[in-house]
Write a protein that binds this ligand. Structure first.
Ligand SMILES: Nc1ncnc2c1ncn2[C@@H]1O[C@H](COP(=O)(O)OP(=O)(O)OP(=O)(O)O)[C@@H](O)[C@H]1O
Ligand SMILES: [Mg+2]
Length: 446
């Protein structure tokens, strides 16, 4: 049911009744005030006539005016007093006129007092009604807002919290009973949606798991024959099995390159499968950052020559990092080889490390084509490749960055990229555990 609409309707009728009641009484009392004011006015006119009747010679006009005053007087006692005064005036008996004058004057004084009291009390009552209605309305608004807060805002906040939990992956099924209104309906719909999404996600995860296991088995099964194919090709290429014609040598060379690529791909698969299954442990130790940077660059000498790209280390702090050096080197090598793949011949790739917010930041900057914002999100996922520029070296599986991400995260670090199309890319990752390296072998904790 539309309960919010219903409560608004109730509000509307309450305000309408309040306004009608207040208007009715204000109108009624205003009418009484106007009547009392008219009476006071007629009293002033009568007093003037009485004074003229007493002090001036008899006049028909005054007698007529006095009769008019009596006719307009709705109060019978007052009308009687005026009639007596008119009779005395018409009889031209001064003594009686004086007596009636005094009687009428006494009565008029009372009469005017009475009307003044009416005006005063009715004005007070109007003020009380307006003020009371206002106060009631304020109280009503306050209570309504409190009820709305309880009925709507709190459940909305509660639901927002649930949605945030859901978005951050910490969603629990613990729901309070949803209220029977629009917010409750929203909460129930969200719960159904969340359960459906979670169910689908679990199914997808199970499928992904099955696929990973399958890939793992296939990779293992492929590695052994590939290694022996590689060995055989190496043996044939060395000429130990007999001389080869140039044509055959060339073909064997291609087969060797491709079998190396296949073995690399299989190793990447196995690495990723191990990382995903958390089936590996980090062999951490304190290693100078310098050593990791230099040996990573060293291991890329071959590719560097092929790509004709220069690698420059711009600077790094003298620190030791608590890492699995092989794994961090694997990350660096992937980032550097990516940077080199996308940098044109004679271009440069820069490495810079520094300490920022109590973490070691390692940045790899290239002069390549850059990566669009949309692709920046995707490239850290498995098998996602943003673009394939027309360069022979740009051959890969799209696994490198997802392996790098998993390895950096295993070290409690973060990996990301800052890039703009046409302006190159800067990949960076962090290592949180470091300590100062001081001369000799002594060190102090950071
Ligand atoms: N420095 C870079 N400049 C431009 N694009 C890049 C850069 N580094 C990575 N990319 C994009 O991200 C994609 C994914 O990179 P990733 O290292 O995961 O895979 P790969 O290099 O294609 O293959 P692999 O590393 O597994 O051999 C790349 O294919 C490329 O499209
Ligand atoms: Mg790569």
């Amino acid at each position: 049911m539309n309960s919010i609409y219903r409560s608004l309707q109730i509000q509307f009728y309450f305000v309408l009744c309040l306004m009608l009641a207040a208007s009715y009484f204000t109108f009624k009392f205003s009418k009484e005030i106007v009547a009392a004011k008219t009476n006071i006015h007629s009293h002033s006119r009568l007093i003037t006539l009485m004074y003229e009747a007493r002090t001036q010679p008899y006049s028909k006009k005054i007698s007529y005016e006095l009769q008019k005053s009596r006719a307009y007087s709705l109060n019978p006692t007052r009308a009687l007093h005026i009639s007596n005064f008119i009779q005395a005036y018409n009889s031209s008996n001064r003594n009686i006129l004086e007596k009636r004058y005094q009687e009428l004057l006494d009565y008029e004084n009372e009469y005017v007092n009475l009307n003044e009291t009416i005006i005063e009390s009715k004005s007070d009552q109007i003020f009380a009604i307006v003020f009371g209605a206002l106060l009631l309305q304020i109280l009503n608004i306050f209570l309504y807002l409190r009820a709305m807060q309880k009925q709507m805002l709190s459940p909305i906040e509660h639901l927002t919290q649930k949605i945030n939990d859901f978005m951050s992956g910490s969603y629990s099924y613990r729901f309070t009973t949803a209220p029977d209104n629009e917010i409750g309906n929203l909460e129930r719909s969200f719960r159904l949606m969340a359960e459906e999404v979670i169910k689908n996600m679990e199914e997808l995860q199970a499928l992904d798991q099955a696929k990973s296991e399958f890939m793992n088995i296939v990779s293992h099964e492929l590695r052994t024959p590939m290694t022996s194919i590689k060995g055989s090709l190496g043996l044939i290429a060395s000429g130990k099995m007999g001389d080869l014609s140039d044509k055959v040598k060339k073909l064997i060379g291609i087969a060797e390159i491709e079998s190396n690529r296949l073995i690399r791909l299989i190793n990447d698969f196995l690495d990723l499968a191990k990382i995903e299954a958390k089936n590996y442990s980090l062999d951490r130790s304190w290693v100078p950052l310098e050593k990791i940077l230099l040996s990573s660059v060293e291991s890329l000498k071959g590719l560097q020559e092929k790509a004709n790209v220069n690698i420059q280390i711009l600077g790094y702090p003298k620190v030791e990092v608590n890492v699995d050096a092989d794994k961090i080197q694997q990350v660096l090598v992937n980032l550097l080889s990516n940077a080199m793949k996308f940098t044109t011949e004679h271009g440069s790739v820069f490495i810079q490390a520094d300490i920022f917010e109590n973490k070691v930041y390692i940045r790899i900057k290239d002069q390549g084509p850059g990566i669009s914002e949309e692709n920046q999100q995707k490239i850290f996922q498995k098998f996602r490749q943003a673009s394939s520029p027309d360069r022979p070296l740009v051959k890969g599986t799209g696994l490198g960055l997802s392996i790098a991400k998993a390895l950096v995260e295993a070290h409690e670090g973060k990996i990301s990229v800052v890039s703009e199309i046409g302006k190159g890319s800067e990949f960076y990752f962090t290592i949180p555990e470091y300590r100062e390296e001081i001369k000799g072998k002594e060190t102090i904790a950071a």
